[in-house]
Design a binder for this molecule. Structure first.
Ligand code: KG4
Ligand code: ZN
Length: 337
């Protein structure tokens, strides 16, 4: 029998139902079931998300077992996202995890969703693995954080957004342009055909390592409103250039703080994580920093947006430390880091 533990990861914090199986640091299966129902509403509808998780979770588990070629009785532990996230969505994953833990008689492991995004870097099929300590810019739909990662279990937030997250800034700007949810990937795609600097958008500057994107949102809103008054087809005619400028403004604000942190700490291992780290321009700009001596780490595309592979990976470190969860632990919509 292998000495490497087999851990099931369960992720259901937002609108992706995902189940993955990891053996040590190696992913055997990572099944992600995306929910399409939200696109027409311009954002995630919590009640619909919860219902879709209930429909998807059992089939996703069965597919994960089939793909990995293991039987559920071979699993050593079950890691699940305890928070942060939508309560109704978290409840589906946590209830399933607890039921399975009781029926199989194996330990339950609680995972913090944002820490798992970072630990996705430790999965063995990424292009590179960061050395500790490293800096991680975690950018998702709900969070924007600058973190110094000292070990898999010792992470410190040194800066974060005081209002909207970077992903939210992408999605809200896209919504104002009439693009469907989630707008981030669409802005990424359209920006490739556009020129930067043609439209002025401001991201407010904050002291220290914090971010603020609420003023940016307002600047996009007012700019579009004023231009549409002059030309009702303004957005359609300038779609690509607008996307390029929106993307450039958001990435510019992120890099300003990231560069400052690298300079002030002297830490050269730099990683990105979270849904927005799937952004092609962000990936390219980070990779270009290698020329300045940064040791950059860009996660495999499938480990950027929400996935259970990262939950299973985080679970592995807790399993090694024999840090188990409790059946009585309720999900936490706002879980302390
Ligand atoms: O981490 P994630 O999948 O879910 C949360 O935990 O929030 O992040 C989702 C966010 C959304 O705001 C989505 O628009 C953004 O990640 N995103 C992108 C791209 N792919 C996903 N933003 C910009 N460019 C992309 N290619
Ligand atoms: Zn996430």
């Amino acid at each position: 029998m292998s000495t490497k533990p087999l851990i099931l990861g369960i992720e259901s914090s937002c609108d992706d139902t995902s189940l993955a199986i990891i053996k040590g640091h190696q992913i055997l299966a990572n099944v992600v079931s995306n929910q399409k129902v939200h696109a027409e509403f311009g954002g995630v509808v919590p009640e619909l998300a919860s219902r879709a998780h209930q429909q998807n979770i059992v089939p996703a588990f069965e597919v994960a077992l089939k793909r990995s070629g293991i039987k559920k009785e071979e699993l050593n532990a079950i890691a699940y996202t305890r928070g942060p996230g939508l309560m109704g969505s978290l409840l589906v994953g946590s209830s399933f995890a607890k039921g399975l833990s009781i029926s199989l008689g194996i330990p339950l492991i609680e995972v913090h969703h944002m820490k798992a995004h970072i630990l996705a870097h430790m999965i063995d099929d990424n292009e590179s693995t960061p050395n500790f300590p490293f800096i991680c810019l975690t950018v998702s739909g709900g969070h924007t954080q600058l973190i110094v990662v000292k070990s898999p279990t010792d992470m410190e937030i040194v800066g974060e957004t005081i209002d909207d997250a970077a992903g939210e800034a992408f999605d809200k700007a896209a919504k104002m342009m009439g693009l469907p949810y989630p707008g981030g990937p669409l802005i990424d795609k359209l920006a490739k055909e556009g020129k930067i600097g043609t439209h002025p958008f401001n991201v407010g500057t904050m002291d220290g390592y914090n971010f603020s994107f609420s003023g940016f949102k307002t600047s996009v809103l007012y700019y579009l409103r004023d231009q549409i008054e002059k030309d009702p087809n303004f957005i359609e005619k300038n779609k690509e250039d607008l996307c390029a400028s929106i993307q450039d403004s958001i990435l510019g604000a992120l890099f300003k703080k990231l560069e400052k942190l690298v300079e002030e700490t002297g830490i050269k291992d730099v990683a990105i994580a979270g849904g927005v780290s799937a952004n092609s321009e962000l990936r390219a700009r980070l990779a270009a920093k290698r020329e300045e001596g940064w040791n950059t780490h860009i996660p495999k595309f499938e480990y950027c947006t929400d996935n259970a592979a990262m939950i299973a990976m985080a679970g592995f470190f807790s399993y090694e430390a024999e840090k188990y969860g409790e059946l009585a632990a309720a999900p936490q919509a706002r879980m302390p880091f």
